[in-house]
Design a protein around this ligand. Structure first.
Ligand code: MN3
Length: 192
């Protein structure tokens, strides 16, 4: 099996009241679970690529020896797996601050508050389903949004913080109020 659902370091209810238990459970077991299943089904047919890291496959997606419609599966489900693995790993009920990342953020954006403002605005203004990311782009920090499950690795960048703004990430609790979800999410983002 190429990929597996990474174990969470916390329980589904641990992010209450900011992220509700039901959303966490469905998001992790059903949504992330499906990305893993579909990615594995794909990679079963490309065993010659199964010794490569997923980040490598996404970065080199255009030059892979793979059918075009299978590249779409890799982009959507491989992207889905790698994006959600990051998303679930940077949240938690207790702070576990990454000091070096925080220092880089302050150097780049002036303060953590400034970073949050710019990141929130990017997440809020992403039209439709997608993600807001903080990435390392050749040593420089950048914030941008991607559509669907597109991964920053496809741009040659390394994602450091990712916020899922698909409606499945917040609709049960926040309905159409994406801004409220984004604001609440910073309470459970635990690495800064
Ligand atoms: Mn999601």
């Amino acid at each position: 099996m190429y990929a597996s659902l990474p174990k969470l370091n916390y329980s589904f209810f641990d992010l209450e009241p900011h992220i509700d238990t039901k959303t966490m459970q469905i998001h992790y077991e059903k949504h992330h679970g499906t990305y893993v299943t579909k990615l594995n089904e794909l990679m079963d047919r490309y065993s010659e690529l199964s010794n490569k890291e997923l980040s490598f496959l996404l970065k080199n997606i255009n030059s892979l020896k793979m059918e075009e419609n299978d590249k779409v599966i890799l982009r959507n489900h491989g992207g889905g797996h790698i994006n959600h693995s990051l998303f679930f790993s940077i949240m938690g009920p207790k702070k576990a601050v990454n000091k070096s990342l925080e220092e880089r953020i302050i150097n780049k954006f002036g303060s953590v508050a400034n970073f949050k403002e710019e990141f929130s605005s990017t997440a809020l203004n992403k039209f439709g389903s997608g993600w807001a990311f903080l990435v390392d782009s050749n040593g420089e920090l950048k914030i941008y949004a991607t559509s669907n499950q597109d991964s920053p690795y496809m741009n040659g960048d390394t994602p450091l913080i990712g916020l899922d703004v698909w409606e499945h990430a917040y609709y049960l609790k926040y309905q159409n109020l994406r801004a409220d979800y984004i604001k609440a999410w910073f309470n459970v983002l635990n690495i800064i």
